[in-house]
Design a protein around this ligand. Structure first.
Ligand SMILES: CC(C)(COP(=O)(O)OP(=O)(O)OC[C@H]1O[C@@H](n2cnc3c(N)ncnc32)[C@H](O)[C@@H]1OP(=O)(O)O)[C@@H](O)C(=O)NCCC(=O)NCCS
Length: 197
């Protein structure tokens, strides 16, 4: 569902005019909730819709269709990735996963439906997930996904050095060597403060 510019503007005006009742209105229409097994097909569909952004951008040998198979998604969930979904009027539009690994938290698989990008949904999911943990947060993405790196930087995450990235991806992720070569890692301030070795 594509929201029109008018709808967005009218919401903005409503928010300025009466912030209190706007908060109530927002609570009814928008919701972030933990996904369960019934959401599997929806998560699968959102990931493979949003990941079209990578097509022609990430190295050709890393692209496939579907980008993530059902088996891979099932494996990620079985491996401890907990997905949270952003819903609007009962329809899930974006998902983001969180995974506790050893002494840190990973944010995994951040995807917002293509038609709903750049409307603040990813930002809301990220802010919400950050509140779910007190551990340092690490996240990885493709080095070529400039928009994703900028998105995380805007939210205060910082890129680590190439050497640190290789070390972290080997320590906390289970991904092939080629993906390590073509990825970057960003961490929050807590990670930089603690400086794990
Ligand atoms: C990366 C991704 C999850 C971010 O989600 P999103 O909902 O698009 O993110 P947001 O809207 O919160 O922020 C993205 C941009 O929109 C801008 N924005 C936020 N609210 C806005 C609004 N109401 N109107 C216009 N722009 C807005 C933000 O300032 C930001 O801009 P910037 O990157 O130039 O700083 C999403 O774009 C996506 O699924 N991309 C494809 C897959 C991907 O790259 N995933 C990352 C895997 S690690």
């Amino acid at each position: 569902m594509l929201r029109t510019k008018n709808a967005i503007e009218s919401e903005w005006m409503q928010k300025q005019a009466d912030p209190e009742s706007f908060r109530e209105y927002e609570k009814e229409r928008f919701m972030i909730r933990q996904c369960d097994d019934r959401d599997f097909e929806t998560i699968y569909s959102i990931i493979n819709n949003a990941s079209q952004a990578y097509k022609g951008i990430i190295p050709g040998d890393r692209w496939k269709e579907p980008y993530m198979s059902k088996e891979e998604l099932r494996h990620e969930i079985d491996d401890g990735v907990i997905f949270w979904g952003y819903e609007e009027d009962g329809e899930m539009i974006g998902v983001m996963g969180i995974q506790e690994v050893q002494d840190i938290t990973l944010i995994r698989h951040a995807y917002v439906r293509t038609t709903r990008r750049n409307q603040g949904i990813g930002g809301k999911l990220l802010a919400f997930l950050r509140e779910q943990t007190t551990r340092p947060i690490l996240l990885g993405t493709w080095a070529d996904a400039i928009w994703a790196i900028r998105f995380y930087e805007k939210h205060g995450f910082r890129l680590v050095s190439r050497e640190e990235k290789d070390r972290l991806l080997k320590k906390y992720w289970s991904i092939p060597e080629r993906q390590i070569e073509t990825s970057v890692v960003l961490t929050d301030q807590k990670w930089f403060d603690i400086r794990h070795d």
